[in-house]
Write a protein of this length. Structure first.
Lengths: 138, 320
């Protein structure tokens, strides 16, 4: 059986990027939430309305608020609530960046099977993030 | 607790307090919350989420269970939020926890990329399908299925055995081809443990189901990952637990994006929950280094059982 080091080169690369990305994501999330709750940027959905909305199914919630699903939030970053999606999306993107960073290592190590596995994983996550998978709600 | 952590804790509490006192961004006057006939100020709910997730963060670390598994049934059962948003939030909470744990586990060589990546592809692809199914099904169906699932998890926790170092006589052809094996240093005995796995095709097939359930219920999947990696595939317990935690960062990423892109994420629910769980986990780790109360396992089991029963009865319309 092949002996392996405690942590391989690709694990260390992944860990380093993940560590930075996670911390940056949390800080972004925290700052954007501060902006939101202090009212520096007014929210798209008034906070007083939230309790009437968060008990609704998501389809009805979107209909009542006029929020467009998918990446439409990117056009509403001047709104306190939607600003938080920067941090949320950042956390959702960290894994994709970490995976991309280790693909060259696998190919350099002549381990094309894992290079391809990681590439497929990246494609799956990008597809999930792309917004092509929509449901009509219930 | 380090100065940085103390500062973080103070900032988080301060942020929530600011939200409580600030009315500058509220809607028109008279917008008090009317929920099921009771008048409750809107900010009590996110504050309640923060407090609950802080406690869940502690309990999850001490009980060895992911925060998402406790979050969804408890918040779904006892808070006024629709289950769509609870599941979206639960996934992001579980994702944040997995991202936070990942670097340490990878650096120590406890979480294994060669073990996690092949199963991660299957679980994350199936989590997309699970999330789509979950968002398309009627709330009562999901609520009932969630209750059954949570009660099933209680049975798994009570019944499933754990094997520190499962005996794997011979690695199967697939794991040999993928070179899924390794060596890790066991600190408690000072030994280097060689490990390999078997029954890989069956394990991969089970991750289809795990991925679908993770996406559908938004509960993470550590409760299922660990038994499959440890008992079925034969990975040592510590490698299985660590790789499972890392795996959640992949599975939950794909499922979380489906909820985000379908509008099932409300920042006022997500951010207090993430902050609460993360701070609770920090406190939990501190407590864990000093003591591990045996009773905490039973508290977790009781909480899960009660929340699962609540979800089931709510879904069936018996306990509204």
């Amino acid at each position: 059986m092949e002996k392996k080091q405690a942590a391989t080169e690709e694990q260390l690369r992944y860990a380093k990027l993940l560590d930075i990305g996670m911390k940056v994501g949390i800080v972004i999330l925290f700052i954007s939430f501060l902006v939101y709750i202090t009212g520096i940027f007014s929210p798209f959905v008034p906070v007083d309305d939230l309790p009437k909305l968060w008990s609704l199914p998501v389809h009805d919630y979107l209909e009542k608020t006029g929020i467009h699903a998918g990446w439409a939030w990117i056009h509403l970053l001047n709104k306190g609530d939607f600003l938080n999606f920067v941090g949320i999306a950042f956390l959702g993107g960290v894994t994709i960046v970490c995976l991309l960073s280790i693909i060259p290592i696998f190919f350099r190590k002549k381990d094309p099977i894992y290079g391809v596995i990681v590439l497929i994983e990246v494609l799956v996550l990008i597809l999930a993030a792309s917004g092509v998978f929509r449901t009509g709600g219930h | 607790m380090s100065l940085v952590k103390k500062a973080f804790l103070l900032l988080a509490i301060g942020a929530l307090m600011l939200g409580i006192v600030s009315t500058s961004f509220a809607g028109p006057p008279g917008g008090d919350v009317i929920e099921k006939g009771s008048t409750v100020a809107w900010w009590l709910w996110p504050l309640g989420l923060f407090v609950l997730t802080f406690v869940l963060g502690i309990v999850a670390v001490l009980g060895g269970l992911g925060g998402g598994t406790l979050f969804v049934p408890i918040v779904g059962g006892f808070f006024p939020f629709n289950l769509d948003f609870v599941r979206g939030t639960g996934l992001i909470v579980a994702l944040a926890g997995a991202l936070a744990a990942g670097p340490g586990l990878l650096k120590k060589g406890m979480a294994d990329l060669r073990l996690s990546l092949p199963v991660g592809v299957i679980a994350s692809a199936c989590a997309i399908a699970g999330a789509m199914i979950g968002l398309a099904l009627p709330a009562n169906v999901i609520q009932t299925a969630l209750g059954v699932c949570i009660l099933g998890i209680v049975v798994i926790i009570l019944k499933a055995k754990k094997a520190e170092f499962p005996e794997v006589k011979e690695a199967d052809a697939l794991s040999t081809a993928l070179r899924i094996n390794g060596i890790y240093h066991e600190v408690s005995t000072g030994q280097d443990i060689n490990w390999k796995i078997h029954r890989t095709p069956l394990g991969l097939a089970l991750f289809v189901l795990i991925g679908i359930m993770a996406g559908m219920f938004g509960i993470g999947a550590g409760w299922a990952n660990v038994p499959v990696l440890n008992l079925l595939l034969g990975a040592p317990l510590k490698v299985a637990v660590s790789s499972s935690k890392f795996l959640l960062s992949i599975t939950d990423t794909s499922a979380a994006w489906i909820y985000i892109n379908n509008g099932a994420v409300i920042p006022m629910m997500v951010v207090p929950s993430i902050l609460g769980v993360m701070l609770g986990s920090m406190v939990g780790v501190k407590i864990l280094t000093k003591t591990k109360p045996a009773a905490i396992r039973y508290i977790v089991i009781f909480l899960l059982f009660f929340a699962g029963l609540r979800a089931l009865l709510k879904g069936l319309g018996i306990w509204k």
